[in-house]
Design a protein around this ligand. Sequence first.
Ligand SMILES: [Zn+2]
Length: 403
Amino acid sequence: MLDVLKVRIYPNPQQKLALVRNLGCARFVYNYYLNKTNNQYLQTGKGMKYCQMAKDLTQLKKHSDYEWLTESTAATLQQSLKNLEVAFKNFFEKRAKFPKFKSKHKKQSIRYPESCSIRNNGLKIPKIGIVKAKLSKEIKVIGKIKSVTVSKTSTGKYFASILFETDNLTVNKEPKISGIDLGLSNLVTVFDGEKSYKVDPIKPTRKYAKGLKRRQQKLSRRVKGSRNRKKAIKQVAKVHEKITNTRQDFLHKLSRKLVDENQIIVAEDLCVKGLARTKLAKSIHDAGFGMLLNFLGYKLEREGGKLVQVDRFYPSTKTCYCCGFKNDLIDLSVRDWICPSCQTHHDRDENAAKNLRAEGLRLLSTNTAGQTEFQACGETVRLVNTCIKKLASMNQESPVTLR
Ligand SMILES: [Zn+2]
């Protein structure tokens, strides 16, 4: 089984220079062949395949004008071409937009498909040497390293995503199923069949709003093209980064906790994009529903569990969990209510989580041929798992990044 560990690395000035050069070469190769394949397409109606580009690159490196390309690890440049081929494939299969030229002011990365290792509390990278890294205890369980992707953020931080083989992730757990209700006042309300609990949301956008506004104003006063303007741009980017990191960190921890506790999680299939267009956009974005579902989906999958998503038109909030009465008087402002039919007092979110769990179990037990079958609670059940991929592609977060 393969897993990924993302660590921050601290290259010394010399290593930084070498990495920046290698990033530059990889970017150049990507852009050069993007341009070349575009031109070839215009002339012949056919783009370039990876093999063709790789052969061409070998010749290009022999040319005196492009000799500097040989300073970089050859494998990282080939990887650049592979990325380009994938970008085209994604475009033709309608998963992505047409490949764009890479800019050096955005996040950049290079992939080392071989020859990386953990040495003396650092990461050994070909032609760079041993780079100081923030290695946790987890690193000790690392098996064979398959590849390392080094990235540089727009704010100048370096990270390494280490892809490695492992066999200690398959933990046998009692299958436990929880329903989770997503909301703005309580980010998640979890019901595991016996008890329920709530998790409060964090609001990083609001928390950093003042600082962001101040920096944006400062930026608007700077003269275009000036050095101070560049500085101000970086400062604004830093606040955005802080907001994103705070949110991601929190959601990684929360999803980890939920995945540790459960094997199957039932959640609403929220149309996050649709919601983000409403008045509540900022709060929805801040809560990170889409990102949370994405994290839950891939973390569960990796550990043999599943995320079950219930159709968003299922009235989980309005239905009484005890008697099934549908109360249409409930809107967003109602936090708790008494069922007119059976007089049960309901906490709004708790009732929804209970309903979601029950609906998930119902979906799971409706067995249909041709669907993934899964053994849970002694029954062969079907899993409804349609929305994860969609959500995964909506998020920038790569589904293999592990925290
Ligand atoms: Zn009732």
